[in-house]
Ligand binder design. Structure first.
Ligand code: GLU
Length: 291
């Protein structure tokens, strides 16, 4: 009788162990499904769905550029892939959604995407609508001019009111440059994406493009004969991953993932494989702001 009971207990225990093993591994030979997350979290929801929508740029060499492969490539894209891998989702299950500067908060708030990785400066105004994990990089605003230009040497060059400068609607550089131009109405030209500004500079419709140095360095790398930077960075642009404002668990998970990426070398590798080829400095990893 006693022996029977022991055997029964052992059988139940074995069954429980078996179930645990199954629950902890959804199968899949990539290992992608082998993560488990607290029920009810965004991480669990995404992992269960085995797919994710990521907002990024499609027109920024080195950070997010959609080329012939049909998939965007760049540092932001690689950072997003690191996060997606940590969620246990295979890379080919990422749906890449173009997220130009102006729409980034909107696509997070309305759920068009699950996260945004798109040269996205962390600031208080944006934090009123969304939340940021990170920073994972710090860029700075600069100015792109034609290679033979000697008249524009920094943002003060716009103060005399004669030069036109292009930037992107909804970006921090578009706001910052307003403090330097004499007449916003005639001098500041705004498009929805930076590649349009680059084309306007090349075509002579504007005298300069202003945004983060790393975006401009990407354009220079693709067309060294035409462009150069005018002067030094004049702002600090810490890049964060945008998520829903109320989703503290997801933000914390991404922060942990970024910390891990720095310590295991995947952050540096992501840089070296992408924007690092275009002459920008990676520097040391910025301290994550767990606000
Ligand atoms: N980092 C700046 C921003 O978030 C400029 C780059 C961009 O527009 O994506 O506004």
């Amino acid at each position: 009788m006693r022996i029977k009971r022991v055997a029964a207990v052992a059988a139940v225990a074995a069954l429980a162990l078996g179930l645990t093993a199954c629950g902890g591994d959804d199968g899949g030979d990539t290992g992608a499904g082998s993560k488990s997350f607290t029920a009810g979290t965004t991480m669990e929801k995404l992992n269960k769905a085995q797919k994710i929508k990521v907002g990024t740029k499609f027109d920024q060499p080195g950070f997010g550029l959609k080329g012939l492969s049909g998939k965007p490539e760049g540092f932001d894209v690689e950072i997003a892939k690191i996060i997606v891998k940590e969620l246990g989702i295979p890379e080919d299950k990422i749906e890449w959604v173009e997220a130009p500067s102006k729409v980034r908060e909107d696509v997070i708030v309305n759920g068009t995407v699950d996260l945004v990785a798109a040269t996205y400066t962390i600031n208080d105004k944006r934090k009123e609508r969304i939340a940021f994990a990170g920073p994972y990089y710090e860029a700075g605003q600069n100015i792109l001019v034609k290679k033979d230009d000697t008249t524009i040497t920094g943002p003060d060059s716009f103060k005399d009111g004669t030069k036109k400068v292009c930037s992107v609607t909804g970006s921090t550089p578009a706001e910052t440059i307003k403090q330097y131009v004499k007449d916003v109405g005639t001098q500041l030209v705004l498009f929805d994406t930076y590649d349009k500004c680059r084309d306007a500079l090349k075509g002579g419709q504007v005298d300069a493009v202003t945004t983060d140095n790393v975006i401009l360095l990407g354009y220079i790398a693709k067309d060294e004969a035409s462009f150069k930077l005018a002067g030094s960075n004049f702002t600090k642009e810490p890049y964060g991953i945008g998520v829903k404002k109320e989703d503290a668990d997801f933000r914390s998970f991404i922060n942990d993932t970024l910390d891990k990426a720095v310590s295991d070398g995947s952050w540096k590798k992501a840089w070296d494989d992408t924007a690092g080829k275009f002459g920008a400095e990676l520097g040391s990893a910025p301290t994550i702001n767990r606000y």
